[in-house]
Design a protein around this ligand. Structure first.
Ligand code: F1P
Length: 341
């Protein structure tokens, strides 16, 4: 619930952040980007890579840190003007620190760290680091740390690409979420208490697909439920066989793909699924077909919507976990950081 003000604080802090300034200078010469992290931070890497390409036109991709450790030839790290971004809330995840060291020492790749822990092993390993300590959370589960680090990377891409409308949007999405998060929380709590689901499906396209993957992970971590993410139009090609009233199907609707994604939504409603629609501006068919409609109504470029669009999943996971008698902040089998021997 603190995300609106934390986003404002983090975006304002970037203006005086030495790591941010160093990253802008570095980024002006880079041509190929690799974003990497683990778990939630890997999905953050995927979302950041998509935004990077959309905003700067440069080649950007994402890999889990483990792939840099185990299959670094597949990662094509020898491209000229190569820049790596290593993402880790704790800055101590073994795979993230090892990946940063392999990139820098073995492959001589320039490394930028993004973390909520300024004095962490990751910060020590990288050439430059953007640290957002205000965004850290006590919970084992990443919520505001995910969205704040994502917004910081979108702000960096916008600076490099001189996309001032996106830079300005960082404040407006904080205001947009601030104006609706309490209503969303109430609607989602009521929705969760009035229904029981066997399965949770998140559907999205383009830069929203990594957000769907993070959303599914939130529901799994916080409520010990099985959740999956697919590209919206891919869902027709087999996975839709699972659809039933006990299937909660959440659409994270882009503006670019709204028409095609809405067709899938209407088809899944016809199949009897329970439909949740997350969008910026709803159409009449969406209002009619959705069992729960969460509309942001924020005048912002599409890439600035990624952070607020993950918040409904955080709230759905939280209320579902509480309803099932779990502590959403301490998921079963999970530790706050994965440390390997
Ligand atoms: C990465 C991570 C989290 C996960 C859990 C264990 O942490 O895998 O994504 O939710 O907390 O650690 P970090 O490298 O971003 O600190």
């Amino acid at each position: 619930m603190s995300q609106p003000e934390i986003w404002r604080a983090c975006v304002r802090r970037l203006g005086n952040d030495a790591g941010f300034a160093a990253s802008i200078a570095k980024a002006r010469t880079a041509r190929t980007w690799l974003f990497t992290g683990c778990g939630t931070s890997f999905y953050l890497a995927e979302a950041a890579a998509a935004c990077w390409t959309l905003l700067t036109g440069q080649s950007a991709r994402a890999l889990p840190c483990s792939e840099i450790m185990l299959f670094h030839h597949l990662a094509r790290l020898a491209d000229p003007n190569f820049q790596a971004v290593v993402i880790s809330r704790s800055g101590t995840t073994s795979e993230a620190v090892r990946a940063a060291e392999i990139l820098k020492q073995t492959h001589k790749v320039s490394t930028l760290g993004i973390t909520c822990a300024p004095h962490s092993p990751l910060a020590k390993s990288c050439d430059a680091t953007i640290a957002l300590p205000d965004a850290d959370e006590r919970s084992m589960v990443m919520t505001r740390s995910f969205t704040s680090m994502l917004l910081a990377l979108i702000a960096l891409a916008a600076q490099i690409a001189d996309r001032n409308a996106v830079t300005r949007a960082m404040e407006s999405v904080a205001g947009g979420l601030g104006g609706t998060i309490h209503a969303w929380n109430g609607h989602i709590e009521k929705f969760v208490l009035s229904r029981t689901f066997d399965d949770y499906i998140y559907l999205a396209q383009g830069p929203f697909f990594p957000i769907a993957r993070e959303a599914a992970l939130k529901v799994t971590e916080m409520s010990h439920s099985y959740a999956q993410a697919y590209h919206a139009l891919e869902f027709r090609h087999g996975p839709k066989s699972i659809v039933a009233p006990e299937t909660c199907i959440v659409f994270l609707l882009s503006e670019t793909g709204m028409a095609a994604e809405s067709e899938v939504l209407l088809e899944m409603k016809e199949l009897g699924g329970t439909i949740v629609a997350v969008c910026n501006h709803a159409t009449h068919p969406l209002r009619h077909a959705s069992d729960l409609l969460l509309e942001l109504n924020c005048p912002a470029p599409e890439v600035a919507l990624l952070a607020p669009f993950v918040v409904p999943a955080q709230l759905l996971g939280y209320h579902t976990g509480v309803k099932k008698g779990f502590n959403p902040d301490e998921p079963k089998n999970l530790t706050r950081v994965v440390i390997l021997d």
